[in-house]
Design a protein around this ligand. Structure first.
Ligand SMILES: Nc1ncnc2c1ncn2[C@@H]1O[C@H](COP(=O)(O)OP(=O)(O)OP(=O)(O)O)[C@@H](O)[C@H]1O
Ligand code: SF4
Length: 798
C-alpha cells in the first residue's frame, strides 16, 4: 500500500493497514520532524515493527539528511525477526519503485552467535569465544606472524583485509542467518563484517547493550553520528538494563581470581622487561600524554574498556603512581587486599562511594584519582603485554571497573556488603554489591548524543514514568488502543473463589489452604474449558514450587492432569526449552497443555503463544518484586528522594508492567483470540495501571469476579469465538484498505480545515472588533467601575 503522511510518501508492505499502525506512524513522523524523543505504547501483535521500519525507511529515503536508524532490541530472535521484516519491506519497495535502492541493513550480535571459526565457534561461553577470537585476530598476533613466528590466525578475519573496507558485503538487507551463510561461502567473518560495515549502513539492528553498556558502547557505537534515529523496542525493561550495565558484584572467589590475575600480570611484566623493555617504556611515554593517546592503538577486538570516564579525563596524563606497569599491579594488589579485608566483616554494610573512598584512603592511602583510571590503565597494560588468554583476567577487570566507577560517581550508586546469603545462613558467603540506583546514568549519553530516541513497547504504562526515571523530555507520549471488529480478548480480574473467600498471593495469605485451594479450583476449571494451551504465571519460583506441592497434596494436579499435560519452567534454560517444545507438541496434537512459569522469567519476556499455543493466560498473584532485597530498598529510596517517585507507585508500576507482559503473550495478532485472567484481589485496585489497550477492554462487570462467574463468562466468550468470523467483517474497522485510509485522511483534513477556519474566523473577528468593539467594551468596563464607585459613594455616609 502506498500513501502519504503529510509530504512523506510511505510504502507499506501489506495491502491493509491497522488504524493504530497509521496513528503510530503519524506520531513517529511528528517526533522525527520535531527532532525530539518519544514514548509510544502499541498493543502487542499489531505490527509495531513493520510500522516503525516503513516510516523510518521512508523518512531516510525521502529527506536529504538520510538519517541512519539504530534499532535496538533485546534478544537475538527479536533482532532476526526485525531484520526479516526489513528485508521484506525493502523487497516490497523495490517492486513498487521498479528499482533497487542503494541501501544497507545489517544486524550485529555477539561473536558467539556469529563466529565461523571451526574450533572457536564450538566454545560454550561467550567470554571464552571473545578471548579466543582475540588471540587469533589481535594486531600484535598478526605482527608476530609477519615476523615469521609460529602463531595461529583466523583466516575468516584475514580475508576481510583483502576486501574494500567499505564494501565487505554486497548492499541489501542481511539477516544474521544470511550473513552466516555468506560468510561461510566467502570465508569471511560475519561478526567483523558487521562491525566494520556499521558506518556504511542505513539501518543497524543490534542489542540494547551496544548502546547502553558504556563498556561496549564506547567501542562499538562511538562513531555513530548525532542525527541517527535511535529506537529501543520492547523497552519496558530499559531501566533495568541500564542499571545492570553499571552494577558489579564481587565475591571472595572473584577477588581471589583477581589477585591471581594481578600476580600473573606481574610475571608477564618481569618477562617483558627481560625480552623487550622498550615496549613498557613506550607505554609509559604514551600514558604521560593521556589515555586518549594511549588509546589510539586500540584495535576493534580489544576486550576491556573504560566504563564511563568523562571525555576530559581521557586527555589528562595518567597519575604518576600507576604509570609504571609494576607500580600499577602493586596498586591493584593493594586494592584487592583491602577489598578482601572488608569482606571479612560479619554484618551488613551499606555505604555511598564517597564514604567507601574515605575509608579506603584512611587505611591504604589510595587516592581517588588513580582509582578513576584503573579500568583504562588495565586495558593499556593488557595490550602492551600482548596477552591473549583474556578470560583469565576477567575478574581483575571487574575489580578495575568497580574502582573506576566508585571513584567517578558520588551519587546514584551504593555499596552493599552482604556477608550471608540469606537471613538464616550461618556460614558466611559475602557478596559486595556495587549497585547502580539511577537508570538515567547509563542512558544519559544516548539522550545527549542523539536527537531522536524512540522508546516503544506493547506494555509501557504509565507512560510518564519513563521520562521521569530516565531523565528526558518527550515531544510525543502516546498509548494506542486496539481496534477490533469483535471482542477477541477477554481480560478478567478474579478476586474471590467460588466460596467467596478472597484470593491473593499477598505474603500473609499466600499459603492459606483455602487460598491455595481456590487458586487450584481456578486452574482446574480453566483447564477443562480452554481448548489447547494455557500459560500460568506465578510471582516467583519459590511461590510456584510451594503452591505446586500443596496442589499435589490436595489432589488438584490429578484433576488438571485429566484434561491437560502439565509442564514447568525452571531457571535452567535447557530444561525450559525442552518443556516448551513438549508444550507446543501437546498443543498441536490436540492433547492440550499447561505451562507453569514465572513472571520476569524467560518465558514471560520472549516467548509468543499465538493462536492455539495460548488460549488462556492466568496470572496467579500480582508479580511484585521481593521487597526485602536490600538493593531494591536502596533503589526505592533513591527514586523517592531524587525523582519523587513513591515506593508503592514504583512497586506497583513494576508489578503491573510485568503482569501486562505476561498477559500480552497470548494475543499475537488481530486474528488471534485469548482469555486473560488476573487472579488476585489486589488487581481490582491496580487495573488503571494496565496499558490502555488492555484496560479499555476490561469491562466493569469483569473486574471483580468469583471463580464461577469467571468460568461462566469465559465459556460464553469461547462460544462466541467459535463462530466463524469472515475477514471482511474487520474491514473498515480494525483493518483499513487504501480507500478507508483515504477516507480517514479526508475526514482528518476536513476536521483540521474546520478547526483552522474557526481559528481564522476567531482571529479575523478579533481583528475586526479590535478597533471599535474592543474599545467600546473597554469603555463599558470603565463605566461599570465608575458606576460601582458611584454606588459605593452613594452608600457612604458623607
Ligand atoms: N497491516 C498488517 N496486515 C497484516 N499483517 C500484519 C500487518 N502489520 C503487521 N502484520 C504482521 O503481524 C505480525 C505481528 O507483528 P509484530 O510481531 O511486528 O507485532 P509487534 O507489535 O511488534 O509485536 P510485539 O508485541 O512482539 O512487539 C507480524 O507477522 C507482521 O508481519
Ligand atoms: S574473527 Fe570471526 S570467525 Fe574468526 S574467531 Fe573471531 S569471531 Fe570467529
Amino acid at each position: 500500500m502506498k500513501f502519504f503522511i503529510e509530504d512523506l510518501p510511505i510504502l507499506f508492505p501489506y495491502p491493509r493497514i491497522y488504524p493504530e499502525q497509521y496513528a503510530y506512524m503519524c506520531d513517529l513522523k511528528r517526533t522525527l520532524d520535531a527532532g525530539g524523543h518519544c514514548v509510544l505504547e502499541m498493543p502487542s501483535g499489531t505490527g509495531k515493527t513493520v510500522s516503525l521500519l516503513s516510516l523510518i525507511v521512508a523518512y531516510q529515503q525521502h529527506y536529504p539528511e538520510h538519517r541512519k536508524l539504530i534499532y535496538c532490541s533485546r534478544t537475538m530472535s527479536e533482532i532476526e525477526k526485525a531484520l526479516a521484516e526489513l528485508k521484506a519491506l525493502m523487497k516490497y519497495r523495490a517492486d513498487q519503485l521498479g528499482e533497487v535502492e542503494e541501501f544497507r541493513g545489517l544486524g550485529l550480535t555477539s561473536r558467539k552467535n556469529l563466529c565461523l571459526h571451526p574450533s572457536v565457534k564450538r566454545e560454550k561461553s561467550g567470554s571464552v569465544v571473545d578471548s579466543r577470537c582475540r588471540s587469533l585476530t589481535a594486531g600484535f598476533v598478526k605482527e608476530k606472524k609477519e615476523r615469521g613466528e609460529d602463531v595461529d590466525l583466523c583466516i575468516y578475519h584475514d580475508n576481510l583485509d583483502l576486501l574494500e573496507p567499505h564494501n565487505l558485503i554486497p548492499a541489501g538487507v542481511w539477516t544474521l542467518d544470511g550473513m552466516l551463510r555468506y560468510g561461510e561461502e566467502q570465508k569471511q567473518c560475519p561478526y567483523f563484517t558487521a562491525r566494520r560495515m556499521m558506518p556504511f549502513c542505513n539501518v543497524i539492528i543490534y542489542s540494547y547493550h551496544y548502546l547502553l553498556d558504556p563498556k561496549i558502547a564506547e567501542r562499538v557505537s562511538r562513531e555513530l553520528s548525532k542525527d541517527c534515529i535511535v529506537v529501543f523496542d520492547e523497552a519496558h525493561n530499559i531501566d533495568n538494563v541500564c542499571i545492570e550495565s553499571l552494577s558489579i558484584d564481587l565475591t571472595e572467589d572473584s577477588l581471589r581470581k583477581a589477585a591471581r590475575g594481578a600476580a600473573n600480570l606481574e610475571r608477564e611484566i618481569t618477562q617483558l622487561k627481560e625480552t623487550d623493555a622498550d615496549k613498557l617504556q613506550n607505554e609509559y611515554a604514551k600514558l604521560v600524554e593521556g589515555l586518549r593517546e594511549a588509546d589510539e592503538a586500540r584495535d576493534e577486538g580489544a576486550f576491556m574498556s573504560n566504563p564511563a570516564l568523562p571525555d576530559d579525563l581521557l586527555k589528562e596524563a595518567v597519575p604518576g603512581n600507576i604509570r609504571r606497569a609494576e607500580h600499577f599491579t602493586a596498586f591493584l594488589k593493594r586494592f584487592i587486599e583491602y577489598l578482601k579485608t572488608r569482606m571479612k566483616v560479619l554484618h551488613v554494610i551499606s555505604e555511598t562511594p564517597p564514604s567507601f573512598l574515605q575509608h579506603l584512603k584512611e587505611l591504604t592511602f589510595i587516592e581517588r584519582k588513580p582509582l578513576r583510571f584503573c579500568a583504562e590503565r588495565l586495558t593499556s597494560l593488557v595490550r602492551t603485554l600482548e596477552l591473549t588468554n583474556i578470560e583469565d583476567y576477567q575478574p581483575l577487570q571487574e575489580v578495575a571497573t568497580f574502582a573506576t566507577l566508585a571513584a567517578t560517581y558520588d551519587t546514584g550508586f551504593l555499596l552493599i556488603l552482604e556477608p550471608f546469603e540469606s537471613e538464616t545462613a550461618t556460614v558466611p558467603n559475602p557478596v559486595l554489591h556495587f549497585t547502580c540506583l539511577d537508570a538515567a546514568i547509563a542512558i544519559k549519553p544516548v539522550f545527549d548524543r542523539f536527537s531522536s530516541v524512540i522508546i516503544t513497547s506493547g506494555t509501557i504504562s504509565p507512560l510518564e514514568m519513563y521520562p521521569k526515571m530516565l531523565g528526558f523530555t518527550t515531544v510525543v507520549q502516546e498509548s494506542y488502543s486496539m481496534t477490533l471488529a469483535r471482542r477477541s480478548f477477554l481480560p478478567m480480574i478474579v478476586t474471590r473463589g467460588s466460596d467467596q473467600g478472597t484470593i491473593s498471593s499477598g505474603f500473609q495469605t499466600r499459603n492459606d489452604p483455602s487460598n491455595v485451594r481456590n487458586y487450584g479450583a481456578l486452574l482446574v476449571e480453566f483447564s477443562k474449558l480452554t481448548p489447547d494451551g494455557i500459560v500460568v504465571f506465578f510471582p516467583s519460583y519459590l511461590y510456584m514450587e510451594s503452591i505446586i506441592s500443596m496442589w499435589q497434596g490436595m489432589g488438584i494436579l490429578d484433576q488438571v492432569w485429566k484434561s491437560k499435560l502439565i509442564l514447568v519452567e525452571t531457571p535452567d534454560s535447557q530444561e525450559t526449552s525442552l518443556a516448551l517444545e513438549t508444550y507446543r507438541t501437546a498443543c498441536s496434537n490436540g492433547r492440550g497443555a499447561i505451562l507453569l512459569c514465572v513472571a520476569r522469567g524467560k518465558v514471560s519476556e520472549g516467548i509468543d503463544f499465538d493462536h492455539h499455543y495460548g488460549r488462556t493466560v492466568l496470572c496467579i498473584g500480582v508479580p511484585f518484586q521481593y521487597t526485602e532485597s536490600r538493593i531494591l530498598k536502596a533503589r526505592l529510596e533513591f527514586l523517592r528522594e531524587t525523582y519523587r517517585i513513591r515506593e508503592n507507585d514504583f512497586l506497583s508500576f513494576d508489578a503491573m508492567r510485568h503482569c501486562a507482559q505476561c498477559l500480552g503473550r497470548v494475543l499475537r495478532g488481530k486474528d488471534d483470540y485469548g482469555i486473560m485472567v488476573m487472579a488476585d484481589r489486589r488487581f481490582a485496585k491496580k487495573k488503571t495501571q494496565l496499558p490502555k489497550w488492555i484496560s479499555s477492554a476490561l469491562m466493569e462487570a469483569d473486574a471483580n469476579m468469583s471463580v464461577d462467574q469467571a468460568v461462566a463468562t469465559a465459556k460464553r466468550f469461547l462460544k462466541t469465538m467459535s463462530k466463524p468470523f469472515p475477514i471482511r467483517m474487520q474491514e473498515g474497522i480494525s483493518t483499513w484498505s487504501y480507500g478507508d485510509l483515504m477516507q480517514h485522511q479526508e475526514k482528518l483534513g476536513a476536521e483540521r480545515d474546520r478547526e483552522m477556519r474557526m481559528a481564522g474566523a476567531y482571529e479575523e473577528g478579533y481583528e475586526g472588533v479590535h478597533g471599535d468593539q474592543v474599545m467600546q467594551e473597554a469603555q463599558h468596563a470603565e463605566d461599570m467601575i465608575d458606576d460601582d464607585m458611584d454606588d459605593a459613594m452613594l452608600g457612604m455616609d458623607v
